[in-house]
Ligand binder design. Structure first.
Ligand code: PLP
Length: 375
């Protein structure tokens, strides 16, 4: 065996061992169970020509300014450089029209999402979410024995806010993802304000805006500026293309954020912090990327309309496709064509989620779609 062969053999084995130990850990660690792993898009080694449109990632990656900032800071990575975290946090606060102490930086938004659920729900303070919805908060709630109440989306695929508020007089957290994951649909601003005006006393609205930059919807952070009872989650994993680099924030009244701080500790990744700050300062990034991803999405939707497909029109970087058989079989059929689409939600067993990739990747998706659906 050549040394390169040996190396790749070694890395294959150690990768296998690590995967096994991770799976072993899955038995014990609540956040790393099977659906969590699937959600972390660990779908195993893929063929080199695979199309990976399963995890709502952004194939554009970080913008040029972010990449440049990251390259130039790498050699200083022996230091914590907390000032870069403060600088990111201040920039975000300024852009959102908030005082600096209304922003708590994190390595992505999963971390503050979990913390908010741990801090604000308990066995007698349920976690209320839309169905189908993003499952991470539900798993955090289940870990501490909090009741989870899933409220079906309404016929327009919006959160049914009246039913969510009515679901429990003791709600701890009402979680709204806007635009929603997996449907990519918007819950109108008036409904979000209605939740804040009518939710049970002592509860918070957890407004997950992971995908908001892909839509033209107004951010919820002006409601934070008005000191309402909500925490908004920001991430740089989606439009900003930094999922692997890790940056995000919880945005809320300082007294609400204070309850999140003790569930973890440690410095944040310098690379993520400088990349996020540089992204925020890139003048046309959000508009340009919204258009690039939106154009690809609209092209796929034209194709789907033309072929009378059943799908949910989305304003985000993913959509739900329906067929007559279990969604899992659709996932397998696409995988056989080397197209790796997303997962299935129990509430909608005949749908599967598809993320928007590059135009080239979506062309391959369309070819596979025609073959699988026989159109
Ligand atoms: N919230 C929603 C709705 C998501 O879809 C995701 C990831 O897919 C996250 C939060 C967490 O993302 P991250 O931790 O990368 O910010």
């Amino acid at each position: 065996m050549t040394s390169t062969g040996l190396q790749s053999e070694f890395s294959r084995r150690s990768l296998g061992r690590r995967a096994l130990s991770l799976l072993g850990a899955g038995a014990a660690l609540p956040f790393y169970n099977e659906p969590a792993l699937a959600q972390l898009s660990m779908i195993g080694p893929l063929p080199p020509d695979a199309v990976k449109i399963n995890a709502n990632e952004n194939p554009l990656g970080p913008c040029a300014e972010a990449a440049e900032a990251i390259y130039s800071v790498v050699k200083k990575g022996g230091r914590y450089m907390y000032e870069e975290t403060f600088s990111f946090s201040r920039t975000l606060a300024e852009q959102e029209g908030l005082k600096p102490n209304y922003v708590m930086p994190f390595p992505g938004s999963s971390d503050p999402l979990h913390r908010a659920v741990l801090a604000y729900t308990s066995p007698d303070k349920p976690f209320i979410m839309g169905d189908p919805g993003y499952e991470a908060g539900q798993r955090a709630a289940q870990f501490i024995g909090s009741k989870v109440i899933r409220v079906p989306l309404n016929s327009k695929f919006e959160h049914d806010v009246k039913a969510m508020v009515a679901a429990s007089p003791n709600a701890g957290v009402i979680y709204i993802c806007n635009p929603n994951n997996p449907t990519g649909t918007i819950t109108p601003r008036a409904d979000i304000e209605w939740v804040l005006a009518n939710k049970p006393k002592g509860s918070i609205l957890l407004l997950d805006e992971a995908y908001i930059h892909l839509s033209t919807e107004t951010f919820g952070t002006d409601l934070v500026a008005k000191d309402r009872d909500l925490i908004v989650l920001r991430t740089f994993s989606k439009l900003y293309g930094m999922a692997g680099l890790r940056a995000g924030a919880a945005i809320g009244r300082p007294d609400l954020l204070a309850k999140l701080s003790s569930y973890g500790a440690g410095a944040l990744p310098l690379t993520g912090m400088v990349g996020a700050a540089a992204s925020l300062k890139s003048p046309n990034l959000v508009a340009d990327r919204r258009k690039i991803i939106g154009d690809t999405r609209n092209d796929v939707f034209d194709f789907l309309h033309k072929h009378n497909a059943r799908f949910v029109p989305s304003v985000s970087n993913k959509f739900m496709v329906q067929w007559d058989k279990p969604g899992g079989e659709m996932v397998k059929a696409f995988a056989a064509e080397k197209i790796f689409i997303g997962r299935v939600w129990p509430a909608w067993p005949n749908h599967a989620r598809v993320s928007i990739g590059t135009p080239d990747e979506m062309a391959k998706f369309k070819t596979a779609y025609k073959k699988i659906f026989g159109v």
